[in-house]
Design a protein around this ligand. Structure first.
Ligand code: HEC
Length: 110
């Protein structure tokens, strides 16, 4: 009986996943991946933002998170697989990167 209930619960949870759309999943991942949300630096829709303004040797400088909503998929993957200087290193699966790419480049998102 216990096993039956267990299998039934798994079945239910698999079904429940259908209720969140690909877009909802992608949006969730973008604002809350494992680590600091992309949204914090790249803006709500991947349009990019100024993270900080600072002075260096009397010059006013800006630290910018670039726009990521019009990149090729190749470049997007490379940035998330590699180690960039400022951006935190994420350990995302290809499916997760795919979902993030889908989110920031989607037309609905503009
Ligand atoms: C702490 C701020 C910060 C966070 C959080 C962050 N990024 Fe970045 N990202 C940057 C900066 C700054 C750059 C520019 C390269 C560098 O200096 O690291 C960058 C570069 C990139 C690039 C390459 C852009 C190009 O022109 O090639 C992509 C793609 C990208 N980020 C996607 C993401 C995604 C997706 C997430 C969430 C999983 C994320 N970033 C989280 C700051 C951030």
């Amino acid at each position: 009986m216990k096993i039956f209930v267990c299998v039934f619960m798994i079945f239910l949870s698999l079904k429940a996943e259908d209720f969140i759309t690909k877009m909802e999943y992608a949006k969730m991942l973008y604002s809350n991946p494992r680590g600091i949300g992309c949204i914090a630096c790249h803006g709500a829709r991947g349009e990019g933002s100024v993270i900080a303004k600072y002075k260096h040797k009397g010059k006013q400088l800006e630290l910018v998170a670039p726009a990521i909503n019009e990149l090729s998929k190749d470049r997007f993957f490379k940035a998330l697989k590699g180690t960039d200087s400022v951006m935190p290193k994420y350990f995302l699966t290809n499916n997760e990167i795919e979902a993030l790419y889908f989110y920031v480049t989607s037309e609905v998102n503009r």
